[in-house]
Design a protein around this ligand. Structure first.
Ligand code: GLU
Length: 312
């Protein structure tokens, strides 16, 4: 069998030959100017070893991938009462859709669509100033990644605010239904900042390790969430992590994953590995085009799909 490093090198070579790389998000200038030719991948195994290839050490905007970390943090804060305000079902709708919110009376389908993540930000804001809540989220990400160099890109956060009309609409709508406890601009301040966290593939794969190792950060030995909670976050990533492309991702890749509009995907092989891939061009569903293809290749070659028969 090929080594993991050889598989990653092969995938990088294959991806560099792809002509159709999708469309880079252009709703803010900071994302619109990213070179669509970039591609990076990092895999951190539960035994502590890692392999990287391509642009794996270049930071990018993690965007909605940050929703995995805010969910884990908010569950730690308020426990299962979070589920009184957010559902756990796939939405089948785009990340910023407002339609379902009206029909379901202000309870977002899941914590990974924007409306759900805005409610999670609102939960994290309780008892804090936005600055403190943002600091707490960044510090959680640094803790799970065991890396104090991770930062928030202030220009991205500011651009998100300036162009965030749909997110303001969602927040106001949630407020109208009584499912936002703070002023929309305060809650969105937290939301825009966590979306603006920048990480490289290697940093992101490190940050995801606790989900692959039953809630524990292997490099420090600290348990940050219970194993049951890690398992449940993984379940939500599988069913809801790619918006209306979640079924297709489960079908093709077969592991929990969370995408971001910056072109990153965090994917977890429970008990085995945490993986991050980055390719800025997006497919029609707003998920990284080559990132999804690369993960499909990786899980196939390593036999990592959670739906594979282990004896095969
Ligand atoms: N900041 C983006 C938004 O709220 C995140 C979307 C995404 O990554 O899918 O529109």
């Amino acid at each position: 069998m090929q080594t993991l490093q050889a598989v990653l090198d092969e995938i990088v070579a294959e991806m560099s030959a792809q002509a159709d790389r999708g469309e880079v998000a252009t709703y803010i200038p900071q994302l619109g100017k990213i070179d669509p030719g970039k591609f990076g991948i990092a895999v951190v195994l539960n035994d502590g070893s890692s392999a990287v290839a391509g642009d794996a050490e270049e930071p990018f905007s993690v965007q909605s991938i940050s929703k995995v970390f805010t969910l884990a943090l908010a569950l730690g804060r308020v426990g299962d009462s979070l589920w009184n305000r957010v559902g756990r079902e796939p939405s089948g709708t785009p990340f910023n859709s407002i339609v379902q919110l009206e029909r379901e009376e202000g309870i977002p389908r899941n914590p990974f669509i924007n409306a759900g993540a805005i409610v999670v930000s609102d939960i994290l804001l309780a008892g804090h100033q936005p600055r403190e809540a943002i600091g707490e989220i960044l510090s959680f990400v640094r803790t799970v990644a065991d890396d104090d160099t991770i930062v928030i890109d202030a220009d991205v956060a500011n651009s998100e605010r300036v162009t965030g009309y749909r997110n303001f609409a969602l927040a106001n709508y949630l407020k109208g239904f009584g499912n936002l406890h703070h002023a929309p601009e305060m809650t969105l301040g937290v939301y825009f900042h966590h979306c603006a966290i920048a990480m490289s593939c290697l940093q992101l794969a490190n940050a995801g390790r606790f989900l692959a190792s039953a809630g524990m950060v292997p490099s420090t030995g600290h348990t940050v969430v219970s194993s049951e909670r890690a398992r449940r976050v993984n379940a939500l990533m599988l069913t809801c992590g790619h918006y209306d492309g979640s079924g297709e991702f489960a079908f093709r890749v077969g592991i929990p994953g969370k995408s971001g509009v910056g072109g990153g995907i965090l994917a977890i092989v429970p008990g085995v590995a945490s993986i991050a891939v980055w390719s800025p061009g997006l497919n029609a569903r707003g998920n990284s085009m080559l990132g999804s293809i690369a993960l499909e290749q990786l899980t196939r070659r390593m036999n990592w799909s959670i739906f594979s028969s282990r004896s095969a």
